[in-house]
Design a binder for this molecule. Structure first.
Ligand SMILES: [Zn+2]
Length: 223
């Protein structure tokens, strides 16, 4: 296994970003809207063939009203592996996309599922601050971030340590902001992609408001 999973077999950043924003608006949001109305969270995901053109293989959204483990990514992984073997691409020949940076459960799910690359739209900080859902960061800090035994590590060093390895021997991950930053400022695609992203932000602002207003007591341990 190499030190860091490669992304050399992927289309350009602009092509990737457009595909992720479009699948969000066209496929993920309608499903999310239905599940949020029932009390589930706003998280969704999709799987795309790397070649020839990022075709959508499956799309899933959070279904926590059924089980607290059915996060958007886990639901999507389950759907992917329910596709008959002879019709299903290998996970390594596909790209995983998450509307939100995956939590510890979903990071493990993506790894165990065989994906070597994933992208996400909203960061952990967005999820905590704009969506008012703090569990991703809390769980990573409380369960996984073991303080160093080195005497020289201060509490601020500990706090500054990344919450997971964003590029490692299993996968390479990046945010959609990273993709956008790689599109040249003078490219005509940049404004188009920024406008599309703004449309996505506005829809998620609305979905988040609905979730927070309706979540009530649906039996989800971490609502
Ligand atoms: Zn998750």
């Amino acid at each position: 296994m190499s030190a860091v999973a490669s992304t050399s077999d992927l289309p350009s950043p602009a092509v990737l970003l457009r595909a992720f924003l479009r699948v969000t608006l066209d496929d993920i949001v309608p499903k999310t809207r239905a599940n949020v109305a029932a009390g589930s969270k706003v998280f969704g995901a999709s799987v795309h063939r790397k070649a020839p053109g990022l075709e959508v293989v499956t799309v899933g959204t959070n279904t926590e009203t059924e089980s607290p483990l059915l996060h958007g990514e886990i639901q999507t992984i389950q759907q992917f592996y329910q596709i008959p073997r002879d019709e299903r691409p290998e996970a390594r020949d596909t790209v995983f996309f998450c509307t939100h940076e995956p939590c510890s459960l979903c990071l493990s799910g993506i790894t165990w599922g065989g994906w070597n690359v994933f992208y996400y739209l909203f960061t952990y900080e967005d999820t905590r601050d704009a969506f008012d859902i703090p569990h991703d960061i809390n769980i990573l800090e409380q369960v996984f971030r073991v303080p160093s035994t080195c005497a020289h590590e201060s509490s601020s060093d500990l706090a500054a340590r990344p919450l997971y390895n964003r590029s490692n021997a299993f996968f390479t991950s990046a945010s959609c902001a990273d993709l956008l930053a790689q599109v040249a400022d003078d490219s005509p695609e940049k404004d188009e992609l920024k406008a599309l992203w703004q449309e996505v932000r506005s829809v998620y602002g609305e979905l988040s408001g609905t979730y927070q207003a309706n979540k009530g007591d649906k039996g989800i341990p971490m609502a």
